[in-house]
Design a protein around this ligand. Structure first.
Ligand SMILES: [Zn+2]
Length: 135
């Protein structure tokens, strides 16, 4: 599977909002951070696209997403639906096992995963409001 630097760049930007649904929480957070780092440089350094492509193709779910996007020309917003037909995504099962809680303030990015039922729901450290379940 070989994509051009342009294609990889385009796919990396397009996949960003969907990563959290494609991968389990730790992998999703790691990948989001790495992509942001690579994409935030105004022009990609030589070799950055190699790094991008190895990040994006490392996991089966993101690899399939990229393939549908670049090879089958699916619109980005339809791909999750298409992928669910193939296999249940780990990122989709994760919210059931570990529900995600978010700050009720819009645009606040504080979030937290409740791994155990007995864990108390924390407060947003910025707004001092209790996090609410993300639906
Ligand atoms: Zn907040």
């Amino acid at each position: 599977m070989k994509y051009s630097p342009d294609e990889i760049c385009r796919a990396a930007k397009a996949i960003q909002p969907y990563i959290v649904e494609l991968l389990d929480a730790p992998n999703a957070q790691r990948l989001e951070r790495q992509l942001e780092g690579l994409l935030s440089e105004s022009s990609l350094k030589q070799g950055s696209h190699t790094e991008l492509s190895s990040l994006l193709l490392e996991h089966e779910a993101t690899r399939d997403w990229i393939r549908l996007y670049l090879e089958e020309q699916y619109p980005a917003e339809d791909i999750l639906k298409a992928l669910r037909i193939y296999y249940p995504l780990p990122g989709l099962m994760n919210p059931v096992e570990s529900p995600r809680y978010v700050c009720p303030v819009e645009k606040c990015h504080q979030d937290w995963y409740r791994h155990k039922r007995e864990e108390a729901i924390p407060m947003c450290p910025i707004h001092d409001l209790q996090l609410v379940i993300d639906s």
